[in-house]
Design a protein around this ligand. Structure first.
Ligand code: Z5A
Length: 222
């Protein structure tokens, strides 16, 4: 049975590592799994990713950034996620619309894209292809910064630890029960404490994914 699962969270929360481990574990259980990343995973999306992360691009308005992330997302849904779902595969993606809601919305304060605009565009972009499970890996920005200390920051990472605090607060808002975002994932949004060891985080992520895969089909699920 096909499922669409995304791992999201602040920079350095461990999404890429946990996505790789989840994909390996699910494949070891016999599932056919497609591993994607946002922005990216299509030729168009990878070109947008390059531009969006390139420090030489300089500042962009939050709405400009949001529209570019949504454009890359829609291409990935049409070209990769929908066909994989039709083949009955499990899709594991790094990041989701939650990142746009947080990075281009809540974390930008008054300059951010308004929540009702983000909600409208998200619904339109995901009209025919929605997540089953969204996992937010919640991490203290100082811990995340130490983990990524040996890397050159990309355009968005270069905003520093204060911005990362706002990003974390934004993710903690979207995992609150009743936030509109949870209505776009059949099994909802789960917060996982990512301040722990890789193995502890993996156990929680795998347990949630296996539970989601084991659940019966939701109404309207493609
Ligand atoms: N962005 C946006 O603004 N709006 C949007 O809509 C979308 C994205 C979709 C690119 O995302 C940027 O785009 C990102 C958000 C923005 N901004 N920034 N910066 P990305 O996902 O490609 O980039 P990232 O968040 O910077 O990913 P990352 O740096 O690769 O981090 P990660 O995937 O969360 O972590 P990792 O690579 O798995 O781990 C980092 C290191 O920590 C690595 O050495 C691990 O071995 C180590 N690690 C991870 N977990 C642990 C634990 N639990 N213990 C110890 N060490 C650990």
């Amino acid at each position: 049975m096909s499922r669409f699962i995304a791992l999201d969270g602040p920079d350095g929360c461990g999404k890429s590592t946990q996505a790789r481990r989840l994909v390996e574990a699910l494949r070891a259980q016999g599932h056919s799994v497609l591993h994607l990343r946002e922005p990216g995973s299509t030729p168009f999306g990878e070109r947008l990713r390059e531009a969006l992360l390139d420090p030489s691009v300089g500042d962009l308005a939050p709405l400009t950034e949001a529209l570019a992330f949504f454009a890359a997302r829609r291409a990935m849904l049409d070209e990769e996620v929908a066909p994989a779902r039709a083949r009955g595969e499990i899709v594991v993606a790094e990041r989701s619309f939650l990142s746009t809601v947080v990075y281009q919305g809540a974390a930008c304060g008054q300059d951010g894209v308004a929540d009702d605009v983000l909600r409208w565009i998200t619904a339109a972009v995901h009209e025919r292809c929605r997540h089953d499970l969204l996992v937010v890996l919640d991490v203290d920005p100082e811990i995340a910064a130490r983990r990524a200390a040996d890397r050159n920051p990309d355009r968005i990472e270069a905003r520093g630890v204060e911005f990362q605090r706002l990003v974390r607060a934004g993710f903690l808002e979207v995992v609150e029960p009743g936030h509109w975002a949870s209505g776009l994932a059949a099994s909802g949004i789960l917060r996982v404490d990512a301040n722990r060891t890789l193995d502890e985080v993996h156990e929680d992520v795998l347990r949630a994914a296996v539970a989601c895969i084991g659940e019966g089909p939701a109404a309207g699920r493609p």
